[in-house]
Design a protein around this ligand. Structure first.
Ligand code: BG6
Length: 499
């Protein structure tokens, strides 16, 4: 979704500006938008935090964050221009005292453009209160200018809390002012799922239960819980990855063609998929979902600790760092086709991939020859790090005998000279442009919670045991119990030998 023009002028107010998300993603992404010449000349960025920084210190901190991402190749001229947009505002976001001051700061002079995007890079527990306080001082009121609020995931902790949060913020904001982020939708390779399906006619006729045997969507990471112990131990892999990113990917892979690529049409189709997911009853949770936790092991040549030995993780935690889930979409196109979603930390490799396995041919034509049992076709969509597309086919081996082997058609989605962009660049720009197609509408979030809620409830009652897997492995063997057919197996990446 390429942008070619300069955007509206606006003020980006970043709540939680000294935190990790702002350092690692938001400020580097805004800087790259500056490099690309995508920010209007008068756009300003107000960093808001509790630390006693002045403008000079803010600029020097931001310089370091941006430089770390630019791997030392910071363009000084561009950064100077970027730094002129920056300003810092100190305040405690849960107290009432700060908001009238913030309002005067933003509106008393003409220094800040009147269009304002408030970015909530803060703890989810604070979303509601900050929005209420902004409303109290009328900063959410739109006149000739727009006011938008960007909310990071997770939106709620479960179905009930998501509904409560929606009720709370819905009193002060219209749906079209709310930008719920799922950064996976900003990834070019994730958007490519739509292009692959709907800009080519070749695959779409096959994209259904008549030709597809099953679908796998995997996100694996070699990293552990790192410095996010508190957040992660309260969330776990199902909430952190599956409820959001992997279910979103699943909707793109399985949805019907939308009326157009415009936000509402796109989101209507995604919601239909989520509504069609067969509900998992409490008693059936173990047949559909599997969880586990990493123990100590090796990542490359390095020995790493188990989850329970990580800093700030309670010794008796049963939070899952690995989750796998089998879903069925009960609609005309997909009924009866298993869709396996899987994610984990401290696994053997870092990668995200959609793997589509096609059915066997209806007849074994080469029965009387020396052909071994024909293998199934796969279409693999590499999301990261390999941004690629692979179609695996069976072909005849050269020679006098009728033997077959597997061959693949490979396409790289990225040429070496292509510009590398980060998901946040596109999303930050879309907020200014008012394009909500890559953001989540509330009903998408709600239906995604409905899919995982019964599992989370059941797991929260089972506090005595959790399977473990050695760090650096592909997760526990027992996850195979989810497979509908004996012949199903996890596909670990592009190489067919790996899984
Ligand atoms: C985040 C999760 O939303 O996505 C993290 O909270 C996870 O736990 C990350 O590591 C993965 O994102 P990416 O872009 O690195 O695949």
């Amino acid at each position: 979704m390429e942008k070619t023009t300069m955007t509206d002028t606006c003020t980006y107010v970043i709540f939680g500006a000294t935190g990790n998300l702002s350092r690692v993603k938001l400020m580097p992404a805004l800087y790259r938008l500056e490099v690309a010449g995508r920010l209007s000349d008068t756009t300003r960025i107000l960093l808001l935090g509790r630390r006693p920084w002045d403008r000079e210190q803010t600029i020097s901190e931001v310089r370091e964050w941006v430089n770390a991402k630019a791997r030392g190749r910071l363009d000084e001229v561009v950064f100077k221009r970027f730094s002129q947009r920056l300003d810092y505002f100190k305040g405690d976001l849960t107290g009432q005292e700060m908001y009238p001051r913030l309002k005067s700061h933003l509106t008393d002079s003409s220094a800040f453009p009147e269009n304002i995007a408030f970015y909530m890079a803060i703890s989810p527990a604070e979303f509601g209160v900050v929005i209420e306080r902004l409303n109290d001082v009328t900063l959410l009121e739109e006149g000739h200018s727009w006011r938008r609020v960007v909310i990071e995931k997770p939106f709620g902790y479960d179905l009930e809390s998501a509904q409560a949060l929606q009720r709370r913020i819905g009193r002060h904001l219209r749906e079209d002012q709310i930008y719920r982020i799922d950064h996976y939708l900003g990834k070019g390779t994730v958007q490519n799922v739509l292009v692959f399906r709907f800009a080519n006619t070749m695959m779409e006729p096959l994209w259904n239960r008549n030709y597809i045997d099953h679908i796998q969507i995997t996100h694996s990471e070699t990293l552990g819980v790192g410095s996010r112990a508190h957040f992660y131990d309260n969330a776990g892999a199902m909430r952190d990855m599956i409820q959001s990113h992997l279910l979103q990917l699943m909707t793109l892979v399985t949805m019907e063609p939308p009326v157009s690529m415009e936000a509402e049409s796109l989101r209507d189709e995604k919601v239909k998929v989520l509504k069609s997911v067969r509900p998992i009853s409490h008693n059936a949770v173990h047949a559909y979902a599997f969880r586990a936790q990493y123990g100590e092991g090796m990542i490359g040549n390095e020995k790493v600790s188990g989850y329970l030995q990580e800093e700030n993780i309670p010794a008796d935690s049963v939070t899952e760092t690995y989750a796998a889930l089998k879903l069925y979409i009960d609609n005309w196109r997909w009924r009866g086709i298993p869709i396996y979603l899987r994610t984990g930390k401290r696994l053997a490799e870092t990668q995200s991939q959609v793997s589509i396995c096609f059915r066997h041919p209806p007849q074994q034509f080469f029965r009387d020859t020396q052909v071994e049992r024909i293998k199934q076709n796969w279409v693999l969509l590499g999301i990261q790090p390999c941004e690629c597309l692979r179609v695996e086919m069976t072909v005849k081996e050269p020679g006098l005998e009728m033997r077959t082997r597997q061959s693949s058609l490979d396409a790289n989605l990225r040429e070496t000279e292509d510009i590398q962009t980060d998901a946040y660049e596109e999303l930050l720009l879309d907020v200014i442009d008012g394009d909500r197609s890559l953001f989540l509408r509330y009903d998408e979030v709600e239906y995604a919670w409905r899919v995982v809620d019964p599992i989370l409830q059941r797991w929260s009652m089972e506090r005595d045991f959790i399977h473990t897997y050695p760090a650096g492995s592909w997760g526990p063997e027992e996850s195979r119990f989810l497979f509908e057919k004996e012949k199903h197996r996890w596909r670990h990446g592009l190489d067919p030998e790996k899984g």
